[in-house]
Design a protein around this ligand. Structure first.
Ligand SMILES: Nc1ncnc2c1ncn2[C@@H]1O[C@H](COP(=O)(O)OP(=O)(O)OP(=O)(O)O)[C@@H](O)[C@H]1O
Length: 247
């Protein structure tokens, strides 16, 4: 990553509390970097994404995107796309319209935009699905529609909160490969990705770095190969089931 380019996402001593659970995050994700977030249930992975997206407001600290302070900017105004495990689509709209929302919030599309939407559906393997509503598609197909919309928006940051977790292992692998391919195909610079996953094997082929969260903090962060090998921090290798926790 070019050292002079500002981080795609920077959490600067960001503090937050959910009832009794306290969170403190400090993180910089480089432009075009792919970061995977792993860690036990309740560690704060979704909270980190929700703070970044603006669904939660920090009690202290700053959030910057490409150098701009977005701490008080509404979620829709932040330069990012986010995908959840489900409910990414509007159930009453067909695939074409769900994708169209990415570039035409009022669903009035020009001829050129129509062409772009059709190309986006085709890029995710959904040619011929334009008129289908979410209820008429499989879980994997619905997530392909959501991916098509995310890439059409061309935001420099994509937040993924386990969007493929409900899919089987082979399909999950295919969806991640599709995501990686879409990122490269785009003629704009690759978007940075922050991806929550419970499956370290999903992170291994794609992530540049892995952050391990525990008890509301990033307890360890490093290159994916090191973090996932079990050679680094003992908490990470314990979480991965590679080594017993040392006293
Ligand atoms: N709206 C909320 N109100 C109160 N506590 C919450 C709320 N949302 C999350 N929490 C608590 O905050 C902690 C962190 O939750 P978070 O969803 O960020 O964890 P996670 O690492 O994403 O977990 P998982 O892997 O199970 O999805 C948990 O203890 C959770 O119970």
């Amino acid at each position: 990553m070019p050292s002079d380019a500002p981080a795609a996402l920077r959490l600067q001593d960001v503090r937050f509390a959910h009832g009794g659970a306290a969170f403190r995050f400090d993180l910089a994700v480089g432009p075009g970097e792919w970061l995977a977030l792993i860690g036990p249930s309740g560690a704060g992975k979704s909270t980190l994404l929700d703070l970044s997206a603006g669904f939660l407001a920090p009690s202290a600290g700053r959030i910057l995107m490409a150098g701009a302070d977005v701490t008080r900017i509404a979620p829709a105004e932040r330069p990012l796309s986010m995908l959840f495990q489900e409910n990414n689509l509007f159930p009453q709209l067909d695939a074409f319209r769900n994708v169209a929302l990415g570039i035409a919030p009022r669903l009035r599309v020009s001829r050129d935009e129509r062409r772009q939407i059709e190309a986006a559906l085709s890029a995710v393997g959904l040619e011929g699905y334009a008129r289908r509503r979410p209820a008429e598609m499989s879980g994997g197909e619905r997530q392909r529609v959501a991916l098509a919309r995310a890439f059409l928006r061309r935001r420099p940051l994509i937040l993924l909160d386990e969007p493929f977790a409900a899919l089987g292992p082979a399909l999950r692998r295919d969806m991640l490969a599709l995501l990686a391919e879409l990122r490269k195909r785009d003629d704009a610079p690759a978007a940075a990705i922050v991806m929550v996953t419970h499956h370290p094997e999903d992170a291994a082929p794609h992530a540049d770095r892995v952050a391990y969260l525990e008890a509301g903090e990033i307890a360890a962060i490093g290159p994916a190969s090191e973090m996932l090998s079990g050679e680094g921090d003992h908490r990470v290798s314990h979480y991965l089931g590679l080594r017993r926790r040392e006293a």
